[in-house]
Design a protein around this ligand. Structure first.
Ligand code: ADP
Length: 568
């Protein structure tokens, strides 16, 4: 609960107001019982006139009103506390994820991230909305009642004091018993949500492979497991409620017995104090019971809080940046640089350079580290050792926004957002129609757009649904033409490009390289042939580097590729 307490203590003012209001509530409860006793004693025992008891009736109504107002205010304050804490945690999560280095982005499933952001954060609600106000209430109200009972009739005070701990003890025991189960319930929920979204995203693939039924069974089984855990927690909770009601009934019974003896056998107690104790005792036990119920719901927040803290505290290797602006044109050097994802693969480059406005092409069979090298050069990952040098200075001295303002990275599968083609090309910037037309022309999209009924205002689906792989690539290219970058990193798709797109891509790289240093991971002959320099990777190491004719002489793989004419 430490994490949750620490979050609650950030809002001391709210806690202080809750304390104050609860003090007023405790006073109202005592005054209410006192007024009831005076009215009943006046009417039935003392037989006084209505005028004499009317004062206490007014007090009674006043106390009831105050109780309602305070209860309402406490509920509002609890809600306010819960909303504020949840909003702040969501902001922290979102700002952490947006700053997360690209290497960390694939760590969780999208579904799991959504569960963390929505469900886990919402599971904190019972703790702040119910448990915190209830803990404050249970600290003040029973204590105040106990003091008033000790003043009126100490024997009853002792009974109440001795029976009280059984209620929290039984809740703690139940809490301990359900802890493991509720942790498991949360893990199952998270797995279920992740799996569900995953299956939903891949529904088409599953259908095409005729594997829909198997996945439905997996979902059914996961769901059944979650149901079973939830029900077993509820079973324990119901059993514990029964036990607690029993303790309360016994406590009040014991009090009645003791009061009865004092009044009738020993005749040491008058009606008014005896009735006061009996009238206020249920309030005492109820507020202890309410704490238990709130404790149960609050306990559910615990596992979510741990998970959220873990996510918020997770230390990630973030890419370091500096403050110098990136100057045009750009020369990049890698010196003794290494990078590893933590597994067996290690990228190790002793020396590699890309001169200003040069076209450097990286080739090599699949899995040799080409994309990783591109990522290191593009500033997606910091090298573990060695350095990337930009125009003579280490890359980590360059200002991050200046770098990304002048850089384009086209991945194998560029992401398209749901929106119009224009919005997807502009990506939040504003351009004139002429600039847009030029970018569309340069990336070979004119023909496609002219066939669309609404031209560039045609909407595309999330992830570029409705467009072919080649068309998505060309939209990504159009983004680069609009941006006019000083650095272009391009991870050519291994498969699935039509001849037209291939031709356009290689022409585009050529025209982009007039004003930019272009580094491409290439699989196609036209791209490789037009390179100024070629870097051949094998098992994470540079095995050949230089102008194409030089590399052909040095490296059999490159020679077979360039002479044989096959795509890689
Ligand atoms: P290429 O682009 O030459 O096909 P990559 O750079 O994509 O090769 O991958 C090189 C090696 O690094 C492969 O063994 C691959 O499995 C591994 N790898 C790539 N990306 C990751 C990642 N995000 N986490 C862990 N290992 C990775």
């Amino acid at each position: 609960m430490k994490t949750l307490q620490a979050w609650a203590f950030q809002y001391r003012t709210v806690l202080f107001i809750l304390f104050l209001l609860t003090g007023v509530l405790a006073a109202a409860i005592i005054v209410q019982s006192y007024a009831i006793v005076q009215v009943v004693d006046g009417v039935f025992v003392q037989d006084v006139s209505f005028e004499e008891i009317s004062f206490f009736l007014v007090i009674l109504v006043g106390a009831l009103l105050i109780r309602s107002v305070v209860n309402y205010s406490n509920a509002r304050l609890g809600l306010h506390l819960s909303l504020t804490v949840r909003k702040s945690i969501r902001n922290d999560l979102l700002s952490k994820w947006t700053k997360q280095p690209v290497s960390e982005k694939g760590r969780n499933q999208t579904g799991e991230k959504l569960t963390t952001l929505i469900d886990y954060v919402d599971q904190l609600d019972p703790y702040f909305r119910e448990y915190v106000p209830q803990v404050i209430k249970t600290t003040i109200v029973p204590l105040a009642i106990l003091i008033s009972v000790f003043i009126v009739n100490p024997n009853s005070g002792w009974i109440m004091l001795i029976t009280a701990p059984f209620i929290p003890i039984s809740y703690i025991l139940v809490g301990l018993k359900t802890q493991q189960k509720s942790d498991r319930q949360l893990a199952e929920l998270s797995f279920f949500s992740g799996k569900f979204l995953d299956i939903l995203q891949g529904l088409q693939t599953l259908k095409l492979f005729g594997r829909g039924k198997e996945q439905a069974t997996v979902l059914k089984e996961t769901n059944a497991g979650f149901q079973k855990t939830t029900l077993s927690i509820l079973k324990i909770a119901f059993a514990s409620s029964f036990f607690i009601e029993l303790i309360i009934t016994l406590g009040i019974g014991l009090l009645a017995l003791e009061i009865g003896f004092q009044m009738l056998v020993f005749e040491t107690l008058a009606f008014a104090p005896a009735f006061f104790v009996l009238a206020i005792a249920p309030e005492y036990y109820n507020s202890l019971k309410e704490l238990g119920a709130a404790f149960h719901t609050g306990r559910g927040s615990l596992a979510a809080a741990e998970k959220l803290k873990e996510e918020l505290d997770a230390k990630e290797k973030s890419v370091k940046w500096g403050s110098s602006p990136l100057r045009y044109p750009v020369r990049l050097d890698l010196n003794q640089a290494t990078y590893s994802y933590g597994g067996e693969f290690t990228l190790q480059i002793d020396a590699l350079e890309a001169l200003p406005n040069e076209r450097l092409v990286i080739i090599g069979p699949s899995g040799q580290g080409k994309t990783t090298l591109l990522g290191v050069l593009a500033g997606l990952y910091d090298p573990l050792t060695g350095a990337i040098v930009v125009n003579g200075k280490e890359r980590n001295t360059v200002d991050e926004s200046s770098w990304w303002d002048q850089t384009t990275y086209i991945s194998q599968h560029p992401y398209l957002f749901s929106g119009t083609i224009r919005e997807n090309i502009e990506m939040g910037t504003v351009s004139s129609d002429d600039e847009l037309k030029h970018a569309i022309e340069a990336s070979g999209l004119t023909e496609l757009i002219s066939t669309l009924p609404q031209g560039w205002s045609t909407a595309v689906g999330e992830g570029g649904r409705g467009l072919s792989g080649g068309e998505k690539q060309r939209i990504a290219l159009a983004r680069s033409f609009l941006k006019k970058p000083a650095l272009v990193f391009y991870d050519e798709p291994t498969i699935g490009l039509d001849v037209k797109t291939e031709r356009i891509l290689s022409q585009s790289m050529e025209s982009l390289s007039e004003t930019a240093t272009v580094i491409t991971v290439a699989h196609r002959l036209p791209t490789i042939r037009k390179a100024d320099k070629i870097a051949v990777l094998e098992d994470g190491r540079l095995v050949a580097f230089g102008p194409p004719e030089h590399v052909i002489r040095e490296n059999a793989y490159a020679a077979s590729l360039l002479e044989g004419g096959d795509d890689v």
